[in-house]
Design a protein around this ligand. Structure first.
Ligand code: HEC
Length: 137
């Protein structure tokens, strides 16, 4: 009897965790060391090559994006491999659109939106780090 209860408790405990996979709480990113860029969303990365931004971006990526896009930006297949994201303005534009709004189709969320939760500075910091991983191979 006790065994059944334990098994039930375990199942009840494990299920919500599985369901929560695509919906983990975003981890706040401290961007106070980065230059302010205003409230208005920019279309191009203001931090490209900025060492501080790259460092902040690396850790923000690991905490918020790696579970889907893979460690070091190397995707395991559930989400696109961000190393192939084009460099420069057209890549920036596509990047920030996804970052802000995420992606859903047919009522299913493929990627949650991050614009409101992490903010613009964190978004461009992550983009700066992603740029350092770029490859066309
Ligand atoms: C829950 C999983 C998940 C998380 C977390 C996630 N993404 Fe995504 N992302 C996806 C999926 C799936 C797609 C593809 C969406 C589509 O094609 O409709 C995608 C697409 C993208 C794209 C477009 C890539 C392309 O080649 O078209 C960018 C850029 C992107 N994500 C950036 C990020 C960043 C930055 C973070 C962290 C702040 C992040 N994502 C977190 C799942 C995720």
């Amino acid at each position: 009897m006790a065994l059944v209860a334990a098994a039930t408790a375990l199942a009840g405990f494990a299920a919500p965790q599985l369901l929560a996979h695509g919906d983990v709480t975003p981890q706040a990113v401290d961007t106070s060391a980065l230059p302010d860029i205003g409230e208005e969303w920019l279309g191009e990365n203001p931090y490209t090559g900025n060492e501080t931004a790259i460092k902040i971006g690396a850790s923000a990526y690991n905490q918020n994006c790696a579970r889907c896009h893979g460690l070091e930006g190397i995707s395991g297949g559930i989400a696109p491999d961000l190393r192939y994201l084009e460099l420069g303005p057209s890549g920036d534009e596509w990047y920030i659109e996804r970052y802000r709004n995420g992606s859903s189709h047919d009522g299913k969320v493929y990627m949650p939106p991050f614009g409101e939760v992490l903010g613009q500075k964190a978004g461009w910091a992550i983009r700066s780090w992603v740029e350092t991983k770029y490859t066309d191979e």
